[in-house]
Ligand binder design. Sequence first.
Ligand code: FNR
Length: 361
Amino acid sequence: TAAAQILNVMDFEPLAKATLPPAHFAYLATGADDDQTVRLNHEAFSHYQIRSRRLIDVSHADLSTQVFGQPWTCPIYLSAVGSMRAFHPDGELAVARAAGAKSALMMLSTVATTSIEDAIAARGTPVWQQLYTTDDWSITQAIVRRAERAGSSAIVLTVDNLTGRNNETLERAKRVDTRDCAQCHVSDFAGYTRRKPMLAGLDLSHATELSPLNMSWDFFARLRGVVSGKLIIKGIVTAEDAALAVRHGADGIVVSNHGGRDEETLRPSIDCLPEVVAAVKRRVPVFVDGGIRRGTDVFKALALGATGVGIGRPYVWGLAAFGQSGVEAVIDLLTRELRQIMRQAGTPTIAAITPEHVIHG
Ligand code: FNR
């Protein structure tokens, strides 16, 4: 069977591709321009090598950690991906159930095809609410209020996804697979937002885009004033912006280039992590996502100073191929690989993984 062929999370990708309509798969796979940042996000991990220590008792490898004072079973979390019903009929519900079964944190997209109330009910515990918004302040307030009322413990503002990005792999696929999809890759703003439960019911008639081009640090400061829980900023790739984020009251920073989907920088997110960690000086936790495909990638990110490590496409490949059990299998594989490298490297706990365990070669 297909499941028997799977040795690692990358093995889910061809199964997802075989299952999905071409344009849906392209929406998942696409980067910007030539997709080189997508590839480099993963390839960059091969430039970091692990310095393993020997003769350390690793019979009890403990993957648990703490984030904002809360216990996490494992530092791996499921990052926000929009429109998951385009990949499986159960969409975000299947992902939330898998996250619940594996005690993994889930970050729910603003453009999810399931409401935060339903996602929290399916996961059993709070999810983090990712935030896209318009330049209409009442919309921002409404989304934040609803998420917090539903029990979201953190709002994650994504700041890297500006209107007008050039996703050529998706555009090419849409010419072959011309079926309109109102869920994931529609270009009609009103039709798209109407189908998103977190936006339904809001008056978006004055808005033409999410992530408006005029968003600035003033917006972030204002948002800080209305978010009562944790406020995390996602999409930071420089020390300068990390310092500004801390100064503006961010509770956490996600180093991310949106899986290479927004702009072709050719700068892998793992290479952006060290300067952000240095600028933040442990004042707030730093998370990273982009190109994480192996337990060793997670290990390297932790060694370079990440508190938590996000995955995007891998769990969606699992979702597309097998639904909830595919998402669970992806979490299991990465967890197993992380445990194995922790043992091999002589680091029985997450706290034991330090910068000395990795070298850039
Ligand atoms: C995303 N990502 C994303 N991020 C976000 O903040 N809000 C969103 O709605 C989405 N939607 C989305 C859709 C799809 C199809 C993908 C692949 C990604 C970005 C995501 O949270 C994460 O930053 C990257 O996916 C991480 O890179 P990898 O693991 O996909 O390489």
